[in-house]
Design a protein around this ligand. Structure first.
Ligand SMILES: [Zn+2]
Ligand SMILES: [Zn+2]
Length: 343
């Protein structure tokens, strides 16, 4: 079978490897669609994992379920499913608190060999705890969007949005656009998007943003000040994983508001800011890392109920042979949002 394997940033090769053999407690899935994640085009992040078979935003069809687990799960051979790249145990200290991504099992579980492959092997834990059957009216491309949507669901839950709030989304790549589309589902009244690429600013308006700010030509603090009559934004969700950018958005947060860091920075980046300012304005700084089973269920729900307009977001489709191109277009981030490899 064919796989897309990354050796270094900008060195992806299509290779032939054997179709995985499953044991009686695993399943074999034929991949139908796999998205290219914006995280996979951050060189510092992806190169520490290399070499690896790319792709973790997966929708496929179950070909075979191991005999020993057939009776223990509600899924059947032939089902079209969303497959999460990791799954938690649901039983440890962290899982009981809902902190699924801190669960040891979550960290250790994985699919083999990776999503941009013709077939993947699923371990029992993923099959049981975070594999979801896709309803008939949802396409496989939409099914592959469950994972990124779930990351946004978790982020919006952690952003402390209260009914009527102003929410600022900084960075309007695919994840920013999903935040724009869904923020009102989580209570926002006014959604503002900020970016420097015209294509993305226009998309955000179509995606439901009330205002967009072109940070190349406009002063973001002045603009937010004007839109909010000086109150500023109650939740600010920052996409770019860069310490200086994250710090610059602190000034856009209102008193009592929250700044959410959506993307990791390289490990050596640090921020220096005034605790005194943060303290007396009661500003919360928080993060949102990946997502768990509650988020994927909610994401599939939102997708099933047509809360997301994928025509606006899935800008490119490729075959596995063209994965290199898909990756380059995603990395360039000019006129693309989500690139999906279909099989
Ligand atoms: Zn992803
Ligand atoms: Zn656990």
């Amino acid at each position: 079978m064919k796989v897309a394997k990354l050796y270094k940033f900008n060195d992806i090769r299509i290779e032939d490897i054997p179709i995985p053999k499953i044991n009686s407690r695993q399943a074999l899935v034929k991949v139908k669609a796999c998205g290219i994640c914006s995280g996979d085009v951050m060189p510092w992040y992806i190169e520490k994992k290399a070499p690896l078979v790319l792709g973790h935003e997966i929708c496929g069809e179950i070909l075979k379920i191991g005999d020993s687990i057939k009776q223990e799960i509600p899924l059947r051979e032939g089902d079209r499913v969303f497959v999460h790249h990791h799954a938690p145990c649901m039983d440890c200290f962290y899982c009981k608190r809902g902190d699924y991504v801190q669960c040891r099992t979550w960290k250790e579980s994985k699919i083999y060999p990776g999503g941009i492959a013709e077939y993947i092997l699923l371990p029992e834990i993923i099959l049981k705890n975070d594999t979801l059957k896709i309803p008939e009216h949802i396409s496989c491309e939409e099914g592959a969007m469950v994972e990124p949507v779930a990351c946004v669901v978790k982020s919006l839950k952690r952003a402390n949005i209260k009914k009527g709030d102003v929410v600022l989304i900084a960075g309007l790549g695919i994840m920013g656009q999903l935040h724009v589309m869904l923020a009102k589902e989580f209570g926002a009244k006014t959604v503002i998007g900020a970016d420097m690429v015209d294509f993305r600013l226009k998309k955000a308006l179509e995606a439901g943003a009330d205002f967009v700010i072109d940070i190349k030509h406009e002063n973001i603090n002045e603009k937010i000040n004007k839109i909010t009559d000086g109150i500023m934004a109650q939740s600010v969700i920052v996409g770019p994983g860069d310490a200086e950018i994250i710090k610059s958005y602190l000034q856009t947060v209102s008193k009592g508001g929250t700044l959410l860091i959506f993307t990791p920075t390289p490990p050596d980046q640090k921020i220096c800011f005034s605790i005194n300012d943060i303290y007396f304005q009661d500003i919360t700084i928080t993060t949102s890392y990946s997502c768990g089973p509650e988020d994927t269920k909610k994401a599939l729900d939102l997708i099933s109920n047509k809360k997301i307009d994928f025509n606006l977001l899935i800008t490119h489709k490729f075959t596995i042979e063209d994965t290199v191109k898909a990756y380059e277009i995603t990395a360039k981030a000019e006129d693309s949002l989500k690139c999906i490899v279909t099989f």
